[in-house]
Design a protein around this ligand. Structure first.
Ligand code: BGC
Length: 248
């Protein structure tokens, strides 16, 4: 069965059709810059464009960069504050004319990694951490997702962790890979002290270049790059497009 996923990030909104038998995109993904300000109206217009680009008429899964409970946004770290309390499902369904279901972006990436990627067949406590504009987290216990963990917002050394260690902080602070990896190491070591994960899967754009940061990590558990790299969000979103599979 072919499904359809949209992954919304701080800088881009990416979409593509996904084969749910293999977890692979069946066409090249299409990306439109995330509008600024990232309001419900401006983002809904992009969701519509993405769906129309692929002439997709079925239901749509969306990976969204906020806490998502019953389709409603409960936070807004890197998007417009007017999202808080907004029914994302309803806004995107109305704008696109398709049945839309939403899940947190890191939870979506985690679902995809657990099914087809670096977490496949892994039991115990597995943590998927995505480094992008912010830091997202997807926590799995024997393959079952604990949604909306938001570990990017742990307070560490007096800072919101994602402000220091997100991939965007490397650009903003003009850091070398080594200096950035030092911050990631501090963050992941702290996360290990709190959750004792059996495996940490690092996702986001940086998962395409593990040679740049992985050698600098000295974290007390196994750390591996995501294997679906930047497509995990689209694939995970496609997994929940069908209401029957909705998780949050
Ligand atoms: C948000 C999370 C999101 C993460 C990655 C954080 O700022 O609070 O909900 O998963 O960024 O986009």
């Amino acid at each position: 069965m072919i499904s359809f996923g949209i992954d919304i990030g701080g800088s881009g909104m990416k979409a593509g059709p996904v084969d749910l038998a293999t977890g692979e995109l069946t066409a090249d993904r299409y990306k439109i810059a995330t509008p600024k300000p990232a309001t419900p109206a401006s983002m809904a217009a992009v969701v519509r464009q993405l769906v129309e680009h692929f002439e997709w008429s079925g239901s749509v899964g969306v990976a969204f960069p906020a806490i998502v409970r019953n389709g409603v946004a409960a936070s807004a770290a890197n998007i417009d504050e007017s999202w808080i309390g907004t029914d994302i499902d309803a806004v995107f369904t109305e704008a696109s004319g398709r049945d839309v279901h939403v899940i947190n972006d890191a939870d979506a990436a985690g679902l995809a990694e657990m099914r087809w990627g670096a977490g496949k067949g892994r039991a115990g406590v597995v943590l998927v951490v995505t480094f992008g504009t912010g830091i997202g987290s997807g926590l799995f216990i024997d393959g079952i997702l604990v949604p909306n963990t938001e570990l990017g917002h742990l307070e560490l050394d007096g800072h919101d962790a994602e402000q220091r260690a997100a991939a965007s902080a490397r650009d903003r602070d003009d850091l070398s890979w080594k200096a950035w990896a030092g911050r990631v190491n501090r963050y992941l070591t702290h996360v290990c002290a709190l959750f004792s994960p059996d495996l940490i899967i690092v996702g986001g754009g940086v998962s395409r270049r593990p040679d740049k940061w992985l050698p600098y990590l000295d974290v007390p558990t196994e750390v591996v790059p995501a294997t679906l790299t930047n497509e995990a969000g689209i694939v995970g979103a496609a997994l929940i497009a069908d209401k029957a599979g909705r998780l949050t």
